[in-house]
Design a protein around this ligand. Structure first.
Ligand code: 5AD
Ligand code: SF4
Length: 463
């Protein structure tokens, strides 16, 4: 195929890290079909939107984008809507946006080569019927777009059916990859020069190797021992399936990061029951106690919270506020409940008025901000190991990230070049904001590849 004749594509991604990683795999699959990726919709023959339907706002974004770019259809460009909105809305998308030629949910990405042939022939194509598959989407080539972090899907789909959530309907049932294939991918990532891995799944704690029956904690420990891998993260955990051996793995395998994201959703056992979360406030707090009891590590804990779930009383909400005080999270992602199609919560009575949801969200975020002030300030005086992510010349600051996943912006001695992205350096923390740390390079050299700061003074050691 000549360069001119090569078909081009542009992909825009909405939503979670699973979606971003799916886009990397879709891009890999398209490249292996002879397409070339471009950076602007205007330059592409095929424009793909990988969509999110977790909340209504996210869902609306793709329809706005389709309306904005409809004019490009005249130039012969084709449009594809893939991901969760595609799965949820199906062929209705063709009615709402007739210029779309492909609608495919994430479980159908394996069939992309055939679907592409169909649309190239001028037909419309849909890939919507594979949600019950036991197969996972594996590609020979993944177009990794994050220059520092390699994502690996370990489990697809979700069987939890939380009352508010569309994911089980859009991503289908849970299916785990074999640990052999996960480890092979981890080794390939290490060979490509990346040193950080993030394991992905809607509910990683339910992971179970279909062949060896290895658990998530076992897989995590193994990935952490892949030569060349310095940091391993994972998301998302579900409290019901979060086990003590995960904490033990973090406590003993140096490359596993000091961070657990454990969505609680509400501090009220009554609301948790209505949400069908399968744990109580007390059981959640028990898991927090396990994490806090790690002997060698200071593990940061972040969470997701939904306010204004149907029937959430003022007293339920107060319990969520009190939970923040009790746990002292290192960070929260907070959302107003958004009614979603197909979910049981849609039919629930006692909807909370929008203004009340807004007021609760603001109160929650205000409280968390106050909690994060001392939480972040505690790091002042520590030497942290930061992975370098970039450099802001205007501010003269290097952007990095700690093992606890906290942003660390730091300066280097005058005249020294900033450390290269992807390297690990010790940073002395001098100031703290509620959402970021500020510091200075602690030595004039970096930490050697393959050697953690933990082996020197300790990742969170006070000086
Ligand atoms: N409304 C608001 N937030 C939601 N989430 C999932 N579904 C909804 C919904 N219908 C939030 C949960 C979840 C995060 C990814 O998105 O907190 O953990
Ligand atoms: Fe949605 Fe619950 Fe599954 Fe998370 S565990 S993806 S919130 S259904």
């Amino acid at each position: 195929m000549s360069f001119q004749a090569q078909k081009t594509f542009f992909i825009e991604t909405f939503g979670c890290q699973m979606n971003f990683h799916d886009s990397e795999k879709v891009a890999g699959s398209l490249v292996s079909q002879g397409y070339r990726q471009v950076e602007a919709a205007e330059d592409a023959d095929l424009i793909l939107y990988n969509t999110c339907s977790i909340r209504d706002k996210a869902e609306q974004k793709v329809f706005h984008r389709l309306a904005d770019f409809k004019r490009l259809q005249k130039e012969g460009k084709k449009f594809a809507v893939i991901g969760c909105v595609a799965q949820q809305e199906g062929e209705r998308i063709f009615e709402r946006a007739p210029h779309v030629s492909l609608v495919a949910g994430s479980s159908s990405y394996r069939s992309l080569p055939q679907l592409l042939v169909q649309i190239e022939q001028g037909e419309r194509a849909t890939g919507l019927n594979d949600r019950e598959t036991s197969q996972t989407f594996e590609t020979e080539f993944t177009a990794r777009t994050n220059p520092h972090r390699g994502y690996i899907t370990i489990i697809e789909g979700c069987d939890k059916f939380c009352a508010y959530c569309v994911v089980p309907y859009t991503r289908g049932r849970e299916r785990s990859r074999t640990s052999q294939s996960v480890l092979e991918e981890a080794r390939r990532i290490a060979d490509s020069g990346l040193t950080e891995i993030q394991l992905l799944g809607q509910n990683v704690n339910s992971y179970c190797d279909p062949l060896s029956r290895a658990s998530f904690a076992e897989l995590l420990a193994e990935v952490g021992q892949v030569p060349g891998i310095r940091r391993v993260r994972f998301t998302t955990s579900h409290p019901r399936h979060f086990t003590r051996d995960i904490v033990e793995a973090i406590d003993t395998v140096p490359s596993l990061c000091d961070h657990v994201h454990l969505p609680v959703q509400s501090g009220s056992s009554q609301v948790l029951q209505a949400m069908q979360r399968e744990y109580t406030r007390e059981q959640y707090l028990e898991r927090i106690a396990w994490i806090r009891a790690a002997r060698h590590r200071s593990i940061a804990i972040t969470t997701d919270i939904i306010v204004g779930f149907p029937g959430e009383t003022e007293s339920d909400f107060e319990q969520t506020m009190a939970l923040l005080d009790e746990v002292q999270f290192d960070g929260i992602f907070s959302f107003k409940y958004s009614p979603r199609p197909n979910t049981p919560a849609l039919a629930m009575e006692n909807a909370i008025p929008e203004e009340e949801k807004t007021a609760r969200l603001a109160a929650l975020n205000e409280k968390q901000r106050e909690i994060q002030r001392p939480n972040y300030a505690r790091h002042v005086g520590e030497i942290l190991e930061a992975m370098v992510e970039g450099y802001h010349p205007a501010r003269g600051q290097v952007a990095g990230r700690s093992s606890q996943n906290k942003p660390v912006n730091f300066t280097v001695p005058e005249g020294s070049p900033p450390p290269v992205p992807g390297s690990y350096v010790p940073v002395r923390v001098t100031r703290a904001f509620p959402n970021s740390l500020v510091g200075e390079l602690a030595t004039d050299g970096g930490v050697e590849p393959g050697k953690r700061l933990a082996e020197a003074p300790g990742p969170c050691s006070r000086i």
